[in-house]
Design a protein around this ligand. Structure first.
Ligand SMILES: [Zn+2]
Length: 481
């Protein structure tokens, strides 16, 4: 009897092990991994930039609260730390490298690691790993395509300032799709090298500026360098707030065209940078930031639409490389009062208004403060700004300094007031922001953690608090790379 019982127990345990092994095998062989990976990087986009945009969108409807953006509706969220190897406050070079390669770099470096032990393999960007695993790869940015963030995914260089060498590495990358801004210094800083666009053409890239041509490239090995037809001084796309006046494509149009081009049976990896959230934040230009975040979120919406068609095959991750500007939603002088809807009165970027002021300065020999106010009322604002006595005195200080170099302030005080930017344009946007209760504590980056939003296959890996080096590690884990 006892033997029979033992045999029965043994058989049950044996069957249990078999069943358990079979289940594990099924689980392993069916481990689901995404075929399509989107990594969105809002350059300089802290949680406060997202919250400002959400609160603004509610405010213009006369409501209090935070309006959902596509990214904020994603089911998984977390934060990641951004410090570089050499500084607590990072830059896009070090942060882009950490996100792309999963290893801290020094500030200013582009995926450059010269301290690898013999036992370690050299860190490789997640985009290059995707390419080596037969995924098509697309790199999209609203700033120049050889700028730090996109560069971290295809180039290796000790300095982000080596734009020409970085551009040459783009041509050698074999990635399928580059789009958005053009090359900064396409012929080098001295303008005496072979044009990067020619080098790209010789490497098989089709350089186009008409987005409707993208679908005409249908061969499996077709490679595209799509450059926005409207570029500004550093080969970047215009700010979204200025696009109606200056033209060109939106980031979402470019992402949409990129998805259609890259879609193939092996899947794709796409990195999209909203690069000018950072630039607007450096300029402490809140209305322009809000428009950039909305444009970035509209680009995310294109990926989300693709996800809805392929929910079992897509992973979307949104993050930022660092925070810029130290934005506060609320301002000391106004106590608990805020009215972010006032930002809607600004109709162009502070950057764009600067060029109008510069033009006035160079084309006139005598200046009047009232001319400057007229220029602001006709170009910068929808409704007349109607300055208070205090605001008029702030403007007068900027006017005396900019036009006549007269000021009682020392260089530190001037920097605190105007940064490195046009004092007139800066003071007008500051006046508007002060009324709205949006504050800035820096003209540069800050060290606060940045948000991470995620949806799709493997998204649960991106919950909680982690480091920017974990992002590519997590993608590699999910993909089994
Ligand atoms: Zn920056």
């Amino acid at each position: 009897m006892k033997t029979k019982l033992n045999t029965a127990i043994f058989l049950m345990l044996f069957l249990g092990v078999i069943i358990s092994c079979t289940c594990n095998n099924i689980k392993n062989s069916e481990t689901v991994k995404p075929k399509y990976i989107f990594l969105f990087i809002g350059d300089g986009m802290g949680t406060n930039h997202v919250n400002l945009t959400q609160a603004y969108l509610k405010s213009i409807n006369g409501e209090i609260g935070y309006q959902d953006l596509t990214m904020t509706t994603f089911p998984i969220s977390g934060t990641c730390s951004t410090f570089s190897k050499s500084r607590l406050i990072t830059d896009s070079g070090a942060a882009g490298s950490a996100i792309a390669c999963g290893k801290k770099a020094n500030t200013g470096e582009i995926s450059f690691y010269d301290d690898i032990n013999e036992s370690e393999s050299s860190p490789m960007s997640i985009a290059k790993i995707a390419e080596a695993n037969s995924l098509k790869v697309g790199i999209i940015t609203s700033v120049s395509i050889n700028h730090a963030t996109p560069a971290a995914f295809y180039a290796i260089n000790e300095s982000r300032s080596n734009y020409y060498k970085i551009g040459k590495q783009l041509a050698e990358s074999e990635f399928d799709f580059f789009a958005g801004g053009g090359f900064k210094y396409p012929k080098g800083r001295k303008n005496n090298n072979t044009d990067l666009y020619n080098i790209c053409a010789n490497s098989g890239y089709n350089h186009i500026t008409d987005i409707t041509e993208i679908p005409t490239f249908t061969k499996p090995n077709d490679k595209i360098l799509f450059v926005n037809p409207v570029l500004w001084a550093d080969a970047e796309m215009p700010y979204e707030i200025d696009r109606t006046e200056h033209g060109g494509y939106s980031l979402s149009q470019i992402v949409s065209a990129g998805i259609d081009f890259l879609d193939n049976e092996n899947g794709f990896f796409m990195m999209v940078e909203g690069g000018k959230i950072d630039w607007a934040a450096h300029e402490n230009d809140a209305a322009t930031i809000v428009n950039e975040v909305v444009a970035f979120d509209n680009a995310i919406l294109e990926a989300y639409r693709f996800y809805l068609e392929h929910p079992d095959e897509t992973l979307i991750i949104i993050t930022a490389d660092h925070e810029t500007g130290g934005i506060s939603l609320g301002l000391g002088q106004n106590g608990y009062q805020s009215d972010f809807a006032l930002l809607a009165n600004q109709k162009m970027s502070s950057y764009q208004f600067s060029s109008i002021i510069k033009k006035y300065k160079t084309s006139n020999s005598a200046y009047k403060l009232d001319d400057i106010i007229d220029l602001a009322n006709s170009h910068l604002f929808f409704d007349d700004i109607n300055l208070s006595d205090y605001e008029r005195s702030q403007l007068n200080d900027a006017y005396m300094y900019y036009f006549f170099n007269e000021t009682d302030l020392d260089s530190n005080q001037l920097h605190n007031l105007y940064g490195a930017y046009n004092p007139i344009a800066t003071i007008f946007t500051k006046i508007l922001q002060n009324r709205a209760s949006v504050g800035f504590t820096s003209w540069a980056h800050t060290a606060t953690s940045v948000p991470v939003y995620s949806i799709g296959i493997g998204a649960e890996e991106f919950s909680g608090n982690f480091d920017n080096t974990d992002i590519s590690k997590k993608i590699k884990n999910i993909m089994g790379w």
